[in-house]
Design a protein around this ligand. Sequence first.
Ligand SMILES: [Mg+2]
Length: 386
Amino acid sequence: MKITKIEVVKYQDTLNNVGKDYNTFNMVYEPNGKLTTEDSILLIHTSEGITGEYVGIRGPALAEVQVVADYLIGKNPLEREEIYNDTKRALRHFAMLGTGIIDICLWDIAGKLYGEPIWKLLGGKSKKLPCYASTLHGDENGGLTTPDDFMEFAEQCKSLGYPAFKVHGWGLARNNIKREIENVLKLGEKFENKLDLMIDPACEVKNFADTLALGKACDEAKFFWWEDPFQDGGVSQFAHRKLRQMVKTPILQTEHIRLLEQHVDFIVADATDLVRAGAHEDGGITGVMKIAHASEGFGLDVELHGPGPAHRHIMTSIRNTNYFEMGLVHPNVATTKSPVYKDYSDDLNSIDKDGCVEAPNGPGLGVELDWDWIKAHQTDKGIIAE
Ligand SMILES: [Mg+2]
């Protein structure tokens, strides 16, 4: 079996009631807002007629796949370990994002070849995956604008069945830390022992002192974890070790460092309690399984970054993990994703009554692309290599 062709399909979509906040980086609720999004699907074709599919490749990741595309032609797609290591080395001057996208396609090919879902190839056992509602960032538009708004939404998520709720706070460039702290304390007061609560300031708190104040509030409110609080970009081992010495709430770092070695270095430096990993950024399913097993060896849990079918397969196959990230969700936004799948969604109502989802059971990733929708929204299509 050989890789014969690598192709990309680009499409455009419009998300309703969505806009961008002060710095254009955070997606937020905007009444009647229409946000144009552009995304791509990567297709890795093989001599057996099986195609590996990846939804959501863009920007630097797509550029990285283009760098290694000629290398992939003629390779056996089942030799994932060698391809992981070769592409990682080839992309070491970049972000090594291409490695993960390619690896997910290769696992999709393997599952389709063997006629089994990826979680079975990984040795997993079918199980329900508890979800946390992961909110859109706080906005200034009357959606999630006040701590009371967040409390109301947390109540809604609880009644839908969610066992856990994670705040993405307000962009602190325009605000101060007080509103963020008030939100944490109010949520803790109302939902203690009812919801596992988390907060992810997404690296927007400006300095160590404000970060520490937020951490102390998480302690008081008995938060389940806090994540990427301040604006070092989430990468300083020293600063996060320091925070761990001063705050009791478990911290979740390593979303913004890449691949196995950097994750292990972060753990050994005592700089995180929970280990963040993502198939899209950390070398695919192969890369995350390495990180998950390394973390298991240290007695630590891995929490997967963001939703998607690949993460459902991984979560079904590892012991040391807690929650599936469902999001981003908002009371007034139906979806933040394009309807590219016929039979799969990661929206507010995608959970069962217990707040859980399951991994798809079809071959490979186990999801079917809706080519009618994709073709109707297609803007470009091209062969990267053959
Ligand atoms: Mg995060």
